[in-house]
Design a protein. Structure first.
Length: 323
């Protein structure tokens, strides 16, 4: 089968598309023929082993998992003898961080993993980007305890995480202020944002409104800069560790002062998460934003584009060509 392989850490050019063996399946595994996958910030971080501590997870000198990819959508090709949840021919999608392997024509996943049947009326390319950014956004929302009537600011509302967060917050009944550049104001309004701030025209941290939570979906702010935006018991959450890993330390310190606090979400990667997102996609309450599509043979170009930091939503890789 064709797969995008990297045998060493480094820039996008370390990835090449080659023929490798098709994965085997155990008694409780599902073999998926992958129709579509994505390249995202998570893939870029693992490929480059940046930050360096990621090598503790992926291999100190060289990567243990040579085929990356976290998201996928495809068709069940075969099932193990003990599989009861899926059948050959099922259209499925899911998230596979840790085991990876979605940048390939075939993927083996346990039936108990973060996999679910696709909602009806959705294509493989539309379903594939339905888990990575959104499961981070969902983790933000659950960690902060967001409910109807809360005021929330989302910084970086056009990325995979931010665009998902706007939609999932509106589904929860929150009032959403979204921060993006002027070129994407109408897109973000279309996602449901109640108010949009153009960060190229004004400093969003000088906003006069206060919020129950501030979500930095791109990791480019700090608690110090955003603290004045928070209500007296408001929460700041970021998708990144922050300077000197402060977003891991501040959650231990800020609760001591019984005021504005920092929380760092640790997302769940399980079947319940994928099923929940499946239901939201099926109901129309959430649709992943797609920026560009590349065939598998051009995955290096996709990596390069993602690393410009200018993508809007998600970058999809087509593995099985559309008819």
């Amino acid at each position: 089968m064709r797969a995008a392989v990297h045998s060493r850490y480094g820039p996008p050019d370390v990835v090449r598309v080659v023929e490798v063996d098709r994965p085997s399946i155990g008694d409780h595994d599902v073999l998926v023929r992958v129709h579509a996958t994505t390249v995202n910030r998570t893939d870029c971080a693992y490929r480059a082993a940046s930050p360096f501590f990621m090598r503790m997870l992926t291999g100190l000198v060289r990567p243990r998992c040579t085929v990356l990819g976290t998201e996928y959508a495809g068709m069940v090709e075969a099932v193990g003898s003990g599989v009861t949840s899926f059948m050959v021919g099922d259209r499925v999608f899911g998230y596979n961080e840790g085991a990876f392997g979605t940048h390939a024509e075939y993927l083996s996943v346990p039936q108990s993993g973060a996999i679910a049947t696709m909602p009806t009326g959705v294509t493989f390319e539309e379903a594939a980007p339905g888990t990575e950014g959104s499961h981070y956004a969902l983790s933000f929302i659950r960690t902060a305890g967001i409910r109807s009537g809360h005021d929330v600011l989302v910084y970086g509302a056009t990325g995979a995480i931010g665009s998902a967060a706007v939609q999932l917050l509106k589904h929860r009944g929150a009032t959403v202020t979204a921060v993006c550049d002027g070129a994407h104001v109408e897109l973000v309004k279309g996602l449901g944002a109640d108010r949009v701030v153009d960060h190229t025209a004004q400093d969003f941290t000088r906003d006069e409104q206060s919020y129950d939570a501030v979500f930095d979906a791109v990791g480019k702010s700090t608690f110090g800069r955003c603290r004045r935006l928070l209500k007296p018991r408001g929460l700041y959450l970021s998708s990144e560790l922050g300077p000197w890993w402060q977003n891991l330390l501040l959650p231990l310190i800020t609760p001591l002062f019984r005021g504005r606090r920092v929380r760092f979400p640790f997302p769940r990667q399980d079947q319940e998460m994928v099923r929940h997102l499946r239901d939201l996609i099926g109901s129309g309450d959430f649709r992943p934003v797609i920026d560009r599509r590349y065939p598998l043979e051009q995955i290096v170009d996709a990596y390069r584009y993602v690393e410009t930091g200018r993508k809007t939503g998600n970058v999809v890789i087509t593995v099985v060509p559309l008819n």
